[in-house]
Structure formats: C-alpha cells, structure tokens
Design a protein around this ligand. Structure first.
Ligand code: AVJ
Length: 323
C-alpha cells in the first residue's frame, strides 16, 4: 500500500527547539551564521525549485544530463531495487533512476526524505500516480534523522544529489560520510552529486542571478525565524551577498545588514545586535575535484566505482560501493 503521507518522527516542538538552538548558537557567534537547512519551508522549497530553472544555475541541468546518460549504466552495474534519497525535494531528477530501474527489472522501493514536508508530499503524490507499482516511504527529517530510521533489506542505494553535500561544513563531512557508510552493509551503494571547481565568475553568477530569485531564497531564512521564533528581522533591510573563496574553493552566501539594528527573538528572549554592513552567513557551497571526492569517500569506507560528468565538466556524480 502506498501512502502519500510521509512519516514524521519529529514533533513540531522538536523542530522549533532545534531551530531555536541553532539560532542561539549561530547568531551569538562571530561571524554570525545560520544553518542552510532552515531555508526550506514551503516557500523556500518553491524558491529553490525556481533557482533550478534559472539560466545562471547550471547545476541541476548538468546533473540531469548526467543521469539521463548514465542512469541505466548505474542501475545495471549495481542491481539496486531500493533507492533512498536524502534531501529529495521534488525528486524530479530521481525519476531518471527510477525509470532506469524499471527498464532493468523493477524498482521495489523508493524512500525520499526531506526537511520540507510540503515538498515531500508534493513529490509523493506525483510519484504514486506515475509509479503505481513502487513501494513509497516518505520520511520528513534531516540526514541524521533519516539515516537512523532507514528501512533494511533489498539491494539498497543511498543518493545525495544536487551537490547538497557541499552545504555541509568541511569538518563535518567526514563524520557524515561515515554515518552513511555505517547505515549500509558491505557491497551496498552510495550515489553522490558534487558541483565542480570552475571559473569563479560563473560560480558567483549561479548564486547571484539577475532575476533576484537566489536573493529571495536567501532572505527567506529570516522569514522562517520571524514566523517560527517570533523574531522581528526587517527582512528587506538585508542585502543578498554571494562570494567565492578561492582558497577554500567554496561559495559563501550571506545577508548583510543595510543599517545597524537590534533584533529580538521572542523564543528564547534573545537580543541580537547587528552593525551596519555586518553579515549573517547563511550557506557554504563547496566545490569539488575528483581527487578530493575520491579521498573523502575512501576515508569513509567506500570505494569509488564510477565517476560521471556532464559534457561540459561542470558537475559530477560519483558511484561508491561500501567496502
Ligand atoms: C543544491 C542545495 C546544494 O549549494 O547550490 C542554490 C542550494 N543555494 N542557490 C547549492 C542553493 C543557493 C544548493 N544546493
């Protein structure tokens, strides 16, 4: 039986408590920062879908091109019948893998997981109509929550597409990849999408589009704090910033205060002072090279079994096997 209603192991108060803890830590740090997963309420997820269609944002199209070309190869080589997707969003690209599984044999199970309940519900209802034979288990939650409740059995592959791993601080990536590895058994599979190092001006344009969609997406995290924590951020008084750090090979998104201000968060009672021009860092997006990806996968107990790129060499999908 298919259900379009995803499992949510967390209560609303768990989520508020976690957001609160993150806001307290990040907004009292120097520089100030907020974790990117809080972008994705219903509006944030919709804005992200619009980003994927922007002319400047090549990543989604590049990854789609890769999966169009190599999904069948990936499915034939792995023989997977169960696909788990972390941060699944609309699951639009993932259909290419499901279609390949259909051609190869039949996909048995798809387990999409996302922090956005609304994005997940939308994906589940579309998928259940188009893949009636598929067992669907939606999980509302972040990566750690999802890995802790992963269904067992079958030939499983965990997918983390879209370059989302780049949003994790570099010092957390090893631990995260280790968790992915330990939630699999030897011989099972991990499919990882990574954006690649390229001309900084192209990277900056991808994160500062001319239509201003990324700016709205970035500012959306303040709407989330205002609504969920009773904060009073004057959202329009923050300027969207995107810069490339050459040395660390990563994009940094920030919100810059146009004037000095004091912001109140009602829950918990916390006053945050911002100087004019001060920034809140809202997202890192690391860019990768083949050697680095391979080394990180190896260190976590995986063996790189395939490296697929688009024609232009902008993006890579790595196929890794648990050793
Ligand atoms: C696709 C979620 C990894 O880092 O490119 C897009 C999100 N942020 N524009 C990325 C994002 C700003 C994004 N991820």
């Amino acid at each position: 039986m298919n259900s379009v209603e995803p499992l949510d192991h967390r209560s609303e108060s768990d989520v508020t408590r976690e957001l609160l803890a993150d806001a307290r830590i990040g907004l009292t740090d120097s520089p100030k920062w907020l974790p990117p997963k809080w972008f994705y309420d219903a509006r944030g997820s919709e804005l992200f879908e619009r980003i994927t269609e922007l002319p400047e944002y090549y990543q989604t199209r590049a990854e789609y091109e890769i999966l169009e070309r190599y999904a069948l190869d990936i499915v034939e080589r792995t023989g997977v019948d169960t696909l788990v997707e972390l941060g699944s969003g609309s699951s639009y690209k993932t259909r290419l893998l499901l279609d390949a599984m259909r051609k190869h044999g039949a996909p048995k199970r798809f387990v999409p997981s996302d922090v956005s309940r609304s994005a997940l519900r939308g994906a589940l209802s579309a998928l259940s109509a188009d893949y009636p034979e598929l067992e669907l288990h939606g999980i509302v939650g972040d990566f750690a929550t999802t890995l802790a409740v992963l269904p067992t059995g079958g030939e499983r592959m965990i997918a983390l597409l879209g370059g989302t791993i780049g949003n994790m601080p570099v010092e957390q990536r090893g631990g995260f990849l280790g968790e992915v590895r330990s939630s699999l058994v030897r011989g099972e599979w991990f499919l990882l999408g990574t954006d690649l190092v390229k001309d900084p001006s192209r990277l900056c344009r991808a994160y500062d589009d001319s239509a201003g969609v990324t700016a709205e997406f970035n500012r959306n995290v303040l709407h989330v704090l205002n609504r969920e924590l009773g904060a009073d951020f004057p959202v329009e008084e923050f300027e969207h910033r995107a810069r490339y750090e050459q040395g660390r090979e990563r994009i940094v998104l920030a919100l810059r205060a146009r004037r000095a201000m004091r912001v109140w968060l009602r829950v918990p009672e916390l006053a945050v002072e911002l100087a004019r021009g001060e920034e809140i860092e809202t997202e890192m997006s690391a860019k990768f090279r083949r050697g680095g990806v391979e080394a990180e996968l190896e260190a976590a107990g995986f063996e790189l079994a395939g490296w697929y790129t688009d024609e232009a060499g902008d993006f890579a999908v790595s196929l890794a096997r648990a050793r």
